[in-house]
Design a protein around this ligand. Structure first.
Ligand code: GDP
Length: 444
């Protein structure tokens, strides 16, 4: 996830501040020097950093903080508030047209993730009971039309395409008519990109804008490009007067500067972020939650939302009942693991828990953990249904077969079976204690 380096540095600075009973002006200035360096290293635009540090310093050396009983905490609060302001104060909603269809035009350079984002947005709206239409108006990039059709197929959303011989302007125009006739209430137009900002492209985008009068022109930028993302945003904004920005690839180890600079420089809010290659890897951009994540304060709201999306409540209840009744099998365990995987990488999830010291996360080998999970999955998948339900029948010849089938060793199979047995015992003890507590046998 982005911002790792920044979060770590900010946490170090704040730890020093928290340790102090009283703060002097010198302490604040020293801390702000560190914040400034951390932001510059994270690739935040220089002017943005300067303004940011100035406003925080001005507030932090005010009387209110100096006389506070917890001055360190107070400074952190100010940094949090100013970060939120920097990124846009509150989330920016999509401007839905009172008269359908709402037209969203996606623009951006080639490779930024436009086509993928078009499909992600379509899925997002579909989940919110809308009826999107995807429009393939990138007639220059070979395979762009096909790519959109494949993505649309995966999420069962129609794709409007007229091949690559018709002008994108005519395609866009025709798509709106099609949407009206076919009761599609959101039209998402995937336009062409180029490797660099160029005049022909801008003229074409301006013509599409004039023709279809979109409710939203969202610029898709690759967060990995750092400072360049801000320059691209400025150029597109000057020509098209965009309505918002979508940052993609925030899952990579980008330093994150673009997220912090783009609003300040263009005045246009970030509306969504892309956090992976899967079509469900989309988040609404909430400046306050992002500020908390950057400061290492976690983001419990996003964590809960992710869990709600990924976890089927009925199933969760069934699992709980199975656990209580001691009926939890390796098959259930496999299902749980698959549900967990839908939530995203373990490291990204842990970062959302408030109070986590991100520098400590570096000591944990998450990849080893994830490799271990893959192994466990392979082992369980190599078992028969009967074996998963009743592991006690797994004798040594079965173990040999399972190890061979999963490309693991007999020791690996033994380890999994032992761990599973121990977990079952622990769960039993827990549920016994719970039962006793309910009966009032334990008092604390
Ligand atoms: P376009 O040229 O702007 O239409 O870009 P594409 O949609 O074809 O995306 C370019 C590449 O970036 C593809 O390999 C996508 O899978 C990948 N990509 C798009 N969004 C994300 C994201 O949020 N995270 C990651 N890791 N990859 C992404």
């Amino acid at each position: 996830m982005a911002f790792e380096g920044l979060t770590q540095k900010l946490q170090e600075t704040f730890r020093k501040l928290r340790g102090k009973g009283k703060l002097t002006e010198k302490d604040v200035k020293e801390a702000m020097r560190e914040v400034k360096l951390a932001l510059l290293e994270a690739d935040v635009n220089y002017k943005v950093v300067k303004d940011f540090v100035n406003s925080v310093t001005e507030r932090a050396i005010g009387q209110e903080v100096m006389e506070s009983l917890t001055p360190g905490q107070h400074v952190i609060k100010i940094v949090h508030e100013e970060l939120v302001n920097l990124m846009g104060a509150k989330e920016s909603k999509i401007n839905i047209s009172p008269k359908p269809p709402t037209v969203i035009m996606l623009v951006g350079l080639q490779g930024a993730g436009k086509t993928t984002m078009a499909a992600k947005l379509a899925l997002h709206f579909k989940r919110n009971n809308k009826h999107p239409l995807l429009v393939a108006a990138d007639v220059y990039r070979p395979a762009a039309i096909k790519q959109l059709q494949i993505l649309g197929g995966q999420i069962d959303i129609p794709v409007f395409a007229l091949g690559d011989k018709i002008s994108p302007i005519d395609i866009a125009k025709a798509s709106i008519e099609y949407a009206k006739k076919n009761a599609r209430d959101i039209v998402i137009i995937d336009t062409a990109g180029r490797l660099h900002v160029d005049e022909d492209l801008m003229l074409e985008l301006e013509s599409i804008k004039k023709e279809v009068e979109p409710n939203e022109i969202l610029l898709v930028v690759d967060a990995m490009t750092g400072q360049d993302a801000v320059n691209v945003a400025e150029s597109f904004n000057q020509r098209l007067d965009i309505t918002g920005v979508i940052l993609t690839k925030l899952d990579g180890d980008t330093r994150g500067g673009a997220a912090l600079s783009v609003k300040a420089i263009t005045g246009k809010p970030i509306k969504f972020v892309g956090i992976g290659e899967k079509l469900s890897d989309l988040e609404i951009f909430y400046p306050d939650r992002m500020a908390s994540r950057i400061l290492g304060m976690g983001d419990i709201l996003t964590l809960i939302e992710k869990a709600q999306q990924a976890i089927d409540e009925k199933k969760a209840l069934e699992m709980q009942q199975k656990l209580e009744k001691q009926e939890f099998t390796l098959e259930d365990f496999l299902e749980q693991m698959q549900q967990m995987k839908k939530l995203g990488s373990l490291k990204d999830l842990i970062r959302m828990i408030p109070g986590i010291d991100v520098s400590k996360l570096n000591d944990i080998d998450f990849e080893e953990n994830e490799r271990e999970m893959v192994k466990i999955e392979a082992i369980i998948k190599s078992m028969t249904k009967e074996e998963r339900r009743n592991p006690s029948i797994i004798n040594s010849s079965r173990k040999k077969r399972i190890a061979k089938g999963s490309g693991t060793s007999i020791q690996d199979v033994n380890k999994l079976l032992n761990n599973f047995e121990q977990a079952r015992k622990m769960i039993k003890q827990f549920s016994d204690i719970q039962k006793h507590m309910k009966k009032g046998k334990f008092k604390f």
